[in-house]
Design a protein around this ligand. Sequence first.
Ligand SMILES: Nc1nc2c(ncn2[C@@H]2O[C@H](COP(=O)(O)OP(=O)(O)O)[C@@H](O)[C@H]2O)c(=O)[nH]1
Ligand SMILES: [Mg+2]
Length: 723
Amino acid sequence: MKIYLGKDVRNLAVAGHSHCGKTTLIEALLATSGAVPAMGSIDNGTAVTAYEEEERMRRVTIANAVAFCEWNCVKVNLIDTPGFNMFIHEARAAMLPVESAVMVVDAADGVQPMTQRVWSYAEEFNLPRIFVINRMDRDVAEPWLILDQLRAAFGRQVAPVELPIGAGAGFRGVVDLVSMQAFEYSSDSNGHGRAIPIPGDLADQAQSAHEALVELVAEGKDELLEEFFSQGTLPQDHLIAALHEAIREDRIFPVLFASGLNNIGTDRLLNFFETYAPAPSEREPVAAMSATAGTRANGAVVSSAGDMSAASDWPVEMVNRPVADGEPLSLFVFKTISDPFAGQISFFKVFAGCVHNNDVVVNYKHRAQEKLAHLSVMEGKHPVAVAELHAGDLGAVAKLKDTHTGDTLGDPRNPVMYEPAKQPEPAIAFAIEPKTRADEDKLANALHKIMEEDTLVRFYRDAQTHEFLVAGTGQQHIEIVVSKLRRRYHTEVNLKAPKIPYRETIRARVEGHGRHKKQSGGHGQFGDCRIRMEPLARGAGFEFANEIFGGAIPRNYVPAIEKGIREAAERGHLAGHPMVDFRVTVYDGSFHEVDSNEISFRIAGRLAFRDCMERARPALLEPIMRVSIQTPDGFAGAVMGDLPGRHGRVLGMEPGGAGQTTIQAEVPLAEMLSYGADLIAMTQGQGSFHMEMDHYDFVLPQTQVKIVAAARAHQAVAVEEES
Ligand SMILES: Nc1nc2c(ncn2[C@@H]2O[C@H](COP(=O)(O)OP(=O)(O)O)[C@@H](O)[C@H]2O)c(=O)[nH]1
Ligand SMILES: [Mg+2]
C-alpha cells in the first residue's frame, strides 16, 4: 500500500436520509477510481461498505463503514453512514474524523427528515458540506425543484457548481460551472465523462449560473468582485482558490449532480473532492484534553504509561494539537468491529503525528500499552496492510487488548484525550431470556462483544423484576442485536416486553404504631415504636428522622427501626414496587430492659410501616418520558391527534423547516413501548422520535386498579406454588 502525506488525503462522511443512494454512490466512486474492478450493489449484497450480514439481508446500512480510493494521487477516504432514524446517531460519530460531509439528497424526494438531522450534525462540527443531488436517473427526478428546496432549507449559500444535462432516463451528464465545460457519460457505467460542448439549450442558463457562482464566491472579497465586473470573467486559478476557501469556511455549500446506479458524474465528484474538500491540516484541529505540558495536576512529569494518572485527575486544559507529522502521536478510535473470526478491529484517525506498523502506543484512558501490529487501511471489511500513516489519515488495527470506541492512543510522554461524540440514551428496553442453559452461559459474553462495536446497546439486570434487559434505540435495533447473537455467537434468546419500573408512594400524612412482643420460654422479644409518615415532593426519595426525647427508646435501637421500615418500603405495599418520596419520623415508643433487641425493633418498624400504609392513601407512580417527534408537516395533525389516546401532554409544536414539524410532548413510558412502529405507520415511514426519562408521576386511577390486581394475582400464584 502506497504512503500518502496528510496534504494528499481527503476525509469525507457520506450522509443523508435512508435510500437516497449513499452506499451505491460510494460503490460508483470506488469503481470509477479503479479501487474495485466493478460496482457492487446493495441490492445483491456485494457493496463494499455494507458487509454485515444484517445489512445484506435488510439491504440497509446499519453502521458506519470506511472505504478508500485514489484519485490523481490523492487518497479519498469515505465513511458510509446509515440514514435510517434508528441508526442515525452513527452519522454523528462519522463527523468527528472527517473534514467534509457529503450530503446526499434524492433527486425526487429532496430534503427529508434525516437530511435535516445530518445537516445539524455537520453544523455542530462546522464541517464543509457538499451536496449531491443523486438518483438523477429516476423518472420522477426534479432537480430544479430540489435545488430550490435545498436553498429554502439551508440558505442562499447553497450554490450549484454544476448543472445537470437532462433528467430522468435522459440524464446523461453535467456542466462544470467553474471551468464551463460539459461532460457526457456513455451507457457502460465506467464513470468517466467525455468533454463535449455545452448543449445549446443550456448555454444561457450555464452562463448566468456561472456568474451567480462567481458573485457568491467573490462576496466579501472586493478585489475579486472588481476583477470580475471589469473583465466580465475571472482567471480560473483565482476562482478555484476562492471557491476552495469559501467551501472550507462554510460560506458556500456547493451542489453537484449524479446517478450512483448508472455511474454518472462520479469522476467530477472525485475531482471536486480533490480540488475543493479541505485536506486534514487545512481545518482547525479538533480540541483535546491535555495534561499541561506533560505534567500532572500534582506536578509530576508523565514519563511512562505506568506513571500516568487517570483522566479525572488531569487538569482540564483544552489544546488544539496541529494536524502535523512533527507533533506527538495521537490516534482517536472512532469505530470498532468485533468479528468472531477476525477478532476486534479498531478504526482510528491519526489526529497528529505519524504512526508506523508495530509502534507501541498508550491508551490514555485505560493506562494500557498497545502494540499496533498489522497497521492497515480498510476497504469495507478488508484490511490492506500499510507501513505508515501520516497526520490526518484514517487507518485500522486488529486485536488491541484494552481499547474501545472513543479512546485515544498515542505518545506516552505527551498525552491528550479527544472527546468522543455524544450519544443518545437508549429509548427502549426489552427483557431478554436465553432459550436454553447453554445459551445462558454464552449470553453475557456474546452481548459484551456486540456492545464493543455498538456502543448504544445496554445490558443490565432490573433491580426489581430481576429480568435481564437489553436496551437500544428501537425495536429494529434490538432485533439486529438478537440476529447477531444467533448468527455470530450461536446464542438463542427470547425477547419480552419489559416490565415498567413503577414506584409507589403515599398521598396522606398519617401516624402509626408497631409493637412486637414475644414471650417464649426464657428470653423474650420486645420492640415498640410510633411513627409519623408524610408525603414528600417528587424525586425526594426517602427521609428518616428521629424525634424521640427522654429515652422512650434507647438511641441504639433507632437504626433498627429505620432498617425495618426501609426493608418494608423496598417491597412496596400495593403491587411490590419500591416506595419513594416519603418521610418517616419516629416520635415515641417503649422498650424492655431484658427482652428488647435489634431484631425486635426491626420488626416493630415494619409493623408500624404497615399500620401507616392502611391509611396513607398509597398510589403508584410511573415514568413519564420527554418525547421529541419529527414528522413531515402533512402528518403532524395525525401524530398530535394520537397523543391524547396515550395520555400524552403536548408541550409544543414548531416548524422544523423544509416541511418538517417538531412536536414536544410528555408521555407515560407504558404508552410508548411500540411507538416506533406506530409512528412509522402514521407517517408512511417518515417520522422519527427520540425520548428520554423525565420524571415520575401518578398512574391514572383506573390503570392503578389493573396493575394492583395483576400483581396480587401474581403473588397468589406464587404463594400457591410455594406451598
Ligand atoms: N434509480 C436509482 N436507484 C438508485 C440509485 N442509487 C441507489 N439506488 C437504489 O436505491 C436503493 C437504496 O440505495 P442505497 O445505496 O442502499 O441507499 P442508502 O440508504 O442511501 O445507502 C437501492 O435499491 C439502490 O439500488 C440511483 O442513482 N438511481
Ligand atoms: Mg446505505
